[in-house]
Design a protein around this ligand. Sequence first.
Ligand code: 5GP
Length: 191
Amino acid sequence: MKHGLLIVLSGPSGVGKGTIYSRLLERIPDLIVSVSATTRKARNGEIEGKHYYFVNNEKFDSMVAAGELLEWTETVGNRYGTPRAPVLAELSKGNDVLLEIDVKGAVQIKRTYPECVTVFVLPPSEEELKRRLVGRGTESADQIADRLALAKKEIAEHEIFDHSIVNADIDKAVDDVIKIIEKEKRSKNIC
Ligand code: 5GP
C-alpha cells in the first residue's frame, strides 16, 4: 500500500523554522503543506486558507470536540491545530506531508502517529534566538520574554525528537533536513 512520510518540523519560536519550511517547499515541490487552524488574529499580509484558517474560540472548540485535529496546543496565548483529514488523505495517496508546528504539538503527534519523523531546529545560542525574535519585530517585549522562557524549556527537551539540527546557516540547515528526509524515506522504503 502506498504511504507517504509525515515530516514534523519543530523548535522554539524565532528559531527560523518558518524560513526552513519555505525553503524546503522550494527545494522539494512535491511536498504537501498542511494549513493549521488558529485562534490567533491574522497578521498583515497573512491570507485565510493559505497561512492559516483563522477561527474563533467556539469554532476551535468544536473542531477539538469533533476530533477534527490531529494535534493541537495552546502556546503563547493562542490555540493552533493541524486538521486531521487532509493530512491523512495525502499520506494515504503516497504524498509526503510537511508540518511546521510547536514543540508540544510535535510531541503529541509522535504519540498518536509514531511513523512520523520529528525534526527539532535548535538556535546556535540563546542570545542569537533573542536577537532573531527582537529583529523580526512581530511581538511585544512581554511576548518576546514569554517566548524566550518557553524556548529554554523546549530546548531542554530536544532529545526526545528523532533528529535535531542547528540553524546557524540557513542553507546548511535546509540541506540537513533534506538529508534526513531522504534517509528516512530509504529506511522506511518510501520512494
Ligand atoms: P505564529 O503565531 O508565529 O504563526 O506561530 C506560533 C507557533 O505556533 C509557532 O511555533 C508555530 O510553529 C506553531 N504552530 C503553527 N501551527 C501549528 C499547529 O497546527 N499546531 C501546533 N501545535 N503548533 C502550530
